[in-house]
Design a binder for this molecule. Sequence first.
Ligand code: SAM
Length: 287
Amino acid sequence: MHTPVLLNQVIEAMEIKKDGLYVDATLGEGGYTKAIIEKGGKVLAIDLDTEQIDRYNIETLERSNGVKLVQGNFREIEKIAKENNFFPVDGVVFDLGLSMRQISQSGRGFSFKKLFEPLDMRMNSNNEMTAEYLLNHLSESELFDVFAKNSEEINSQKIAREVVIRRQLRRLEKVGDLTGCIDRAIGEIDNNAYKRIFQALRIEVNDEFENLKNGLEGAMKIIKEDGKVAVVTFHSIEDRMVKNFSRGMGIKLLNKKVIMNRRGRSFEKSAKLRVLIREVDQRSLSR
Ligand SMILES: C[S@@+](CC[C@H](N)C(=O)[O-])C[C@H]1O[C@@H](n2cnc3c(N)ncnc32)[C@H](O)[C@@H]1O
């Protein structure tokens, strides 16, 4: 099993209680879910990707006592928790993005290294929108918006133009078709540009920023007073969203300073953890 980055920091910050209720909003390969169970907590685990749920079931078989698995989108976390009679909860954890297994084995074109995979990029294969559709149908300015807004890639304009030129010759279908456009637009091979553009498209296909916004709002509605919401992000825009959200009414941050796991020297590539606490309503204490 893959051990998620910041696992120890998240589990320590959450202060898991025996028989406490926890939502793992991003099951993935189950690292957080298993750690919470080991500490005696009960888990409702959600994942958008059916394959992740199926694999967890197969790998844990009878040993997954204390876990309820739900295929769904964490943007509906409040509805999912209530439908499963699993609230109010002591904690929620979001570990955003993709798991290693999805990148290396899903065959859905998440990695710029898998040149012959289709440009799919859906976490939920029941959704209609794919990266291929966006690349072949959006106008140049719409593509520019997707690249620039979701990735802040400085060559977004040139890449959008190259995509539109190339697709007039042949529909873009495979990962290699997109990396080819990026190469021609920039005039060199640039792994960081590939990463940013692939991430930007994936974010658009899966509506990830909107999911996060709704997921955080929903988490605050199911959490007990003093309950904790831990969020691990890998993207500066998402971290900013969490930070801004933490300035809302009745919410405070456990650590003023973000907890990081720096990969290499780049700040952008780091995993960042913020833990939000629902503050105790002072009025309820004085009643
Ligand atoms: C970084 S992985 C989580 C890894 C996990 N913590 C582990 O220990 O293996 C993120 C997971 O969240 C899922 N996911 C992403 N967005 C989601 C959403 N909006 N709702 C539910 N699951 C989502 C992905 O399919 C992926 O399995």
